[in-house]
Design a binder for this molecule. Structure first.
Ligand SMILES: *[C@@H]1O[C@H](CO)[C@@H](O)[C@H](O)[C@H]1NC(C)=O
Ligand SMILES: *[C@@H]1O[C@H](CO)[C@@H](O)[C@H](O)[C@H]1NC(C)=O
Ligand SMILES: *[C@@H]1O[C@H](CO)[C@@H](O)[C@H](O)[C@H]1NC(C)=O
Ligand SMILES: *[C@@H]1O[C@H](CO)[C@@H](O)[C@H](O)[C@H]1NC(C)=O
Ligand SMILES: *[C@@H]1O[C@H](CO)[C@@H](O)[C@H](O)[C@H]1NC(C)=O
Ligand SMILES: *[C@@H]1O[C@H](CO)[C@@H](O)[C@H](O)[C@H]1NC(C)=O
Ligand SMILES: *[C@@H]1O[C@H](CO)[C@@H](O)[C@H](O)[C@H]1NC(C)=O
Length: 314
């Protein structure tokens, strides 16, 4: 091959790699609520290259001195998360972050007191966040990058204490940055996480504009007004440096569903006016596989992102 052709070739490969990697910068998803057969493995979700952050859902038993229990809908043989650990490491090698999501619609979780929150933070740290912990549930030197708060039931108290203690664990014992995210419903302030959000403990806030919060969701009849009003409230009131994401569902059967054409043609241009938009959270990997929602919006989302420095170019 002539040198010039080689150079052109190399540039093409380089630029397509950069484009592919940068695409991941702005989409986040949830994985773990469907079986292997229907949503594939965590590693496959990472290999798709679509998501920069994946929340593994859910750890839905904690608090009141209970053992921590993960419910990943039968993805791994119960109680043995060695394979999960391997997949987390594989995802991290690809440059993606994997968070453990607390909460969800089922299970038995709540915090009894500030002391209980501290105890749960200790359990989370030694089982899931500290790669060198002798009691790691993941083994093999694997650890999550952080914790997502997807709280939908129980008492709203003490989540701020839990988040604060988690940050302290990371900073104290191993000098590890623990990423914290929140998935509040779209009506501001969130009934479970108001204080923690107000106190700026979260690195990311992916607001759920779906799932039955009719006062702030998109609706084909009433249109976008409620969503935009609510987005602007979050944009204005969420303290920096938390990064704000628009949370949408990829399933037409869930309330608040925004067709990709509406998201690209109407929502993104309007929320583009605010500087707080960092990307889109797409609920969830299973629906995304069925509808290809993320693939159909990623370019438009990145048009906005490209105005900002991407971590991959640093
Ligand atoms: C899911 O896949 C993993 C390997 O990828 C396997 O170990 C596990 O048993 C599978 N679970 C189910 C329910 O098929
Ligand atoms: C957990 O699973 C891994 C591989 O899937 C296996 O090598 C290991 O022996 C299992 N550990 C226990 C305690 O069953
Ligand atoms: C585990 O998660 C599945 C899927 O979300 C749910 O159907 C089931 O009720 C949950 N079970 C428990 C004990 O949390
Ligand atoms: C939830 O956990 C608490 C504390 O262990 C226990 O008292 C309660 O019975 C549990 N509730 C359910 C529905 O399992
Ligand atoms: C902790 O890590 C940061 C970067 O990750 C580094 O700048 C800092 O010096 C470290 N602190 C200690 C006490 O090791
Ligand atoms: C939010 O923070 C402000 C101070 O920054 C405080 O005045 C207010 O009471 C807080 N609200 C809640 C719900 O914690
Ligand atoms: C967002 O706004 C910028 C100008 O501030 C514009 O260049 C860009 O095309 C807009 N993106 C979208 C998707 O509308």
């Amino acid at each position: 091959m002539a040198p010039l052709a080689k150079l052109v070739m190399a540039c093409l490969i380089l630029s397509s790699t950069l484009v592919q990697i940068s695409e991941a910068g702005s989409i986040v998803t949830y994985w773990g609520q469907y079986t292997n057969k229907t949503e594939g493995t965590l590693e496959e979700a990472c290999q798709s290259g679509l998501y920069s952050y994946i929340n593994v859902a859910y750890l839905n038993q904690f608090g009141y001195s209970q053992d921590l229990v993960l419910n990943l809908s039968g993805h791994y043989s119960s109680g043995n998360y060695t394979l999960l650990g391997e997949e987390i490491k594989a995802c991290q090698k690809m440059g993606f972050k994997v968070l453990l999501s607390l909460g969800g619609p089922y299970g038995n979780y709540s915090l009894a007191s500030s002391w209980d929150a501290e105890a749960v933070s200790g359990q989370l740290w030694s089982l899931y966040l500290d790669a060198n912990s002798p009691s790691s549930a993941l083994g093999g030197g694997a650890a999550f990058d952080g914790i997502d708060f997807h709280i939908e039931r129980g008492s709203p108290l003490y989540y701020y204490d839990l988040a604060k203690k988690l940050k302290e664990h990371g900073a104290g014992e191993r000098n590890k940055t623990i990423y914290l995210s929140a998935a509040p419903r779209c009506l501001y302030p969130d009934e479970y996480l108001a204080k923690a959000i107000n106190e700026s403990v979260f690195d990311f806030v992916w607001v759920r504009f779906y799932g039955g919060s009719v006062a702030c969701e998109y609706n084909a009849v009433t249109g976008l007004d409620n969503l935009i009003i609510s987005w602007n409230a979050w944009s204005l009131l969420l303290k920096k440096p938390a990064k704000l994401f628009l949370g949408v569902t990829a399933s037409q059967s869930i309330s608040g569903y925004i067709p990709p054409g509406v998201l690209k043609g109407e929502v993104i241009p309007q929320i583009n006016e605010t500087s707080r938009f960092e990307g889109v959270m797409v609920w969830n990997r299973y629906y995304d596989l069925l509808t290809h929602y993320s693939s159909s919006i990623v370019n438009d989302v990145n048009l906005i992102k490209l105005k900002k420095p991407l971590r991959y170019f640093v």
